[in-house]
Design a protein. Sequence first.
Length: 350
Amino acid sequence: MKKKLMAMVLTLGMVFGTLTGCAQTAAPAASSEEPAQTFKVGIVSFMEHASLNQIQENVQAELDRLGEERGVTFDYENYTFNGQGDSTIISQSLAQLKDDAVDAVVCIATPTALTAQSVFEGTETPIIFSAVTDPVGAGLAESFEAPGMNITGTSDALNTEAIMNLIFAQDPEADKIGLLYSTSEDSSTQAIADAKAFLDEKGVEYVEKTGTNTDEVSMAADALIGEEVDAVFTPTDNTVMNAELAIYEKLMNAGIPHYAGADSFALNGAFLGFGINYADLGVETAKIVADILEGGQEAASYPVVTLENGIATVNTETTEALGFDLDAVKEAFDPFCSEIVEITTAESFE
């Protein structure tokens, strides 16, 4: 009996040992690969309009591409906000990103970047701005070459003199120019000052009208029509851009061409948008984010990036409605532009 019992114990032991050995053999080998590094990237845009949307979409697409190229992940999916042009919403969004401990924050447009500068003060979180027209004048950078703070980015600085030249190339006899902008936009300050200086030197009269929201901008446009101006100039002003769809027909029907500092104005009906390519600006902004987070570069010493500022975008439908000959317009503009693009009216870029 004892011999039988011992045999059973030995048999069970052999079976158990065999099963254990099989289990050990079947266990997968531990992976030697390190998990991909993930960076949390906050994105806050000032408001919804064609140019700013274009920047955001291209920042995100380029971060995806660069992440794949560099073997890391830039996670912006749960950290993207639109400020809706409301300072309270912008502040709350940035405060949320601070609580979320994002690795960097992208701020689209000057008001957003200025708020981020305050919210993230005293932290090591780099701020990367986009579409800030005058970062030095706004106090976001000590210089374009060396920002000097934990902030850098891309600028859509405007060549105001070039736009003024386009106005008089199209209409050499123009003697009264309307200046339409928002007093709440830091991006407009220097451009309007430059426009005034240009017109003063030329001895041309100008009329200023301002607005802080779409209704006020619409009333300002009515006032300029009443003043019988020959043309209207607007810099890279987000408030007026947001109102362009509401005012372009008024100006067009009054025979007044609207010259503005971004291609999105022309997309939304203005006669001319002049400046940079905002899709490219978004791509360059994403590259800065990657260079700082994955590449280890310092924001304080990363030069502010500017793009070629000479693309004239002409709305062909508005050109026809104003009674202008498109070929003659292009011929007049050619000496002052690096490129002339034709566009028709739409709400947003495809």
